[in-house]
Design a protein around this ligand. Sequence first.
Ligand code: AHG
Ligand code: MN
Ligand code: MN
Ligand code: MN
Length: 331
Amino acid sequence: QADKLTPSIGITLDRFIKQKQDEFPFATGELSQLLRDIALAGKIIHWEVNRAGLANITGSYGNYNVQGEEQQKLDVVANVRFIRALRNGGEVCGIISEEEDSFIDTGNHQGKYVVAIDPLDGSSNIDVNVSIGTIFSIYRRVSPVGSPPIIEDFLQPGNRQVAAGYIVYGSSTMLVYTTGKGVNGFTYEQSIGEFILSHPSIKVPQEGKIYSCNEGNLLDFSAGVQHFIEQCREQRLSARYIGSLVADFHRNLLKGGIFLYPSTQKAPNGKLRLLFECNPMAFLMEQAGGMATDGKRRILDIEPKEIHQRTPFFVGPQNLMERLNQCFQQE
Ligand code: AHG
Ligand code: MN
Ligand code: MN
Ligand code: MN
């Protein structure tokens, strides 16, 4: 009787991480701690985002980042919050961020890991109460433990990621991540301050029924991409585009959809950043049974040349990615 009145709220992120760690007898627990640090920063940003209108932290910060984008106040707030959480955690020796010109040495030279973050994704949606997110990607450093981080620690291809994920601040806040053994999603339960496993072993539906791109740029897209979009329309696929990669990706992952950000006149190399956005999303999509390319190559095999490098980005379930590929071949 009492059990019926008090159904279990499910497994918390902390316990889930602990259980996974127990499956690796030689694991030191540092990666687990690092994931917990990221979850903590996520809770803090959740709090910031939800009071943004009241705390006077909407709107522009009055500065441009290295990518030439106008920073929003929340871009800056989220950047500071994440860097602080990672620095205090101690497992990370270096950080790169969309909002920082060059890499940050955290001073934790014993840390084995480096992290790439897009602290606040979907900046243009902050002020209008549309979903935004945080994207993270974790690598093992290549430089020796005990020394300061070097640029090569960050310029590793995506196939070297040890973990990646995102937090979406949507109608509820969720954390979705992978360590290369499938994808799991956790919903934030504010009242107890915990992420609870709500979406175990996420697999992208293979019959994708959604396409997402900024169709305002259609005339800039290559013949192949234009042809693909025409096919999507002929087949009456749903067009859905929020303009926050995290939110568009999250919907497509759960419902089955392809996301496209091709090169445009304004952004000849595409708009999205390989290290901060494309690699983590590609890792997640592959782990969920889908694919990610730049139109020619697998995203995860691209050798990065610089930390703020951009790339055209196509990510989704097999059926739509294969159809897109055929369109590229007929170009
Ligand atoms: P960010 O806010 O981190 O700079 O990223 C913005 C990105 C991404 O979230 C989204 O997919 C894309 O910009 C939307 O671009 P358009 O407005 O050109 O469609
Ligand atoms: Mn930006
Ligand atoms: Mn972004
Ligand atoms: Mn951003």
